[in-house]
Design a protein around this ligand. Structure first.
Ligand SMILES: C[S@@+](CC[C@H](N)C(=O)[O-])C[C@H]1O[C@@H](n2cnc3c(N)ncnc32)[C@H](O)[C@@H]1O
Length: 189
């Protein structure tokens, strides 16, 4: 008897299934990280590049409702409103579940795409590269100057300074394995 091979649904089909069913994909965990970052969403399984991860489900609101929300909500709730263009209009999604995905502007592992189903927009997150179990999901929030980004930049520059001073202290210019080594060369293994 010949065995029928079941084809894996495409990422778009997966997105359509979960959005229509109004439920979350399996394989995620929301965890507290630290007092700076708050919570984050972590993957418990492996995801391939391109796979559907989750939908930013929520309530679609217009500009006026968003303005009202900006006046009424506490700052900690405003960050859960996501602005996006759809059919020539600017809409906002007031996110409810899994709205905890943090910004990763340097090395994000996922990307938001707007999927239109029966004329309604759905904000869906897809893997932009392979994601390992235990990895935190991140996507690029956009070009704004978010306060945590400048802090991260300073930390990165500090780390680079330490590595450079370690290299220059460890190996002064000289000959290593017959090669004349300059302070700016990478260290031989
Ligand atoms: C939509 S919420 C994400 C979930 C949030 N971490 C929480 O615990 O509710 C966006 C907020 O998370 C924090 N955040 C997001 N990405 C961050 C990052 N890379 N570093 C530090 N804080 C971040 C900022 O406070 C931001 O306003």
């Amino acid at each position: 008897m010949t065995k029928m091979k079941l084809r894996k649904p495409s990422p778009k089909m997966d997105a359509a299934y979960f959005t229509a069913a109004d439920k979350d994909n399996n394989g995620f965990d929301v965890k507290y990280i630290n007092s700076d970052k708050g919570r984050g969403v972590f993957s418990c399984v492996h995801f391939d590049k391109g796979e559907f991860l989750l939908e930013y489900r929520g309530q679609l609101i217009n500009n006026r409702e968003c303005d009202q929300g900006q006046k009424l909500y506490h700052d900690s709730l405003k960050v859960f409103m996501f602005e996006f263009p759809f059919n020539g209009k600017l809409l906002w999604n007031k996110m409810v579940p899994l709205g905890d995905v943090n910004d990763g502007h340097i090395t994000p592992n996922s990307k938001i795409k707007i999927i239109s189903l029966e004329g309604k927009p759905h904000l869906c997150l897809f893997a932009s590269r392979g994601i390992r179990p235990g990895e935190e999901l991140t996507y690029n929030y956009g070009d704004s100057e978010f306060p945590w980004r400048s802090k991260l930049q300073v930390e990165q520059e500090e780390k680079e300074k330490v590595v450079y001073s370690k290299i220059t202290k460890l190996k002064p210019e000289g000959t290593i394995k017959g090669k004349v080594w300059q302070a700016c060369d990478p260290l031989p293994h």
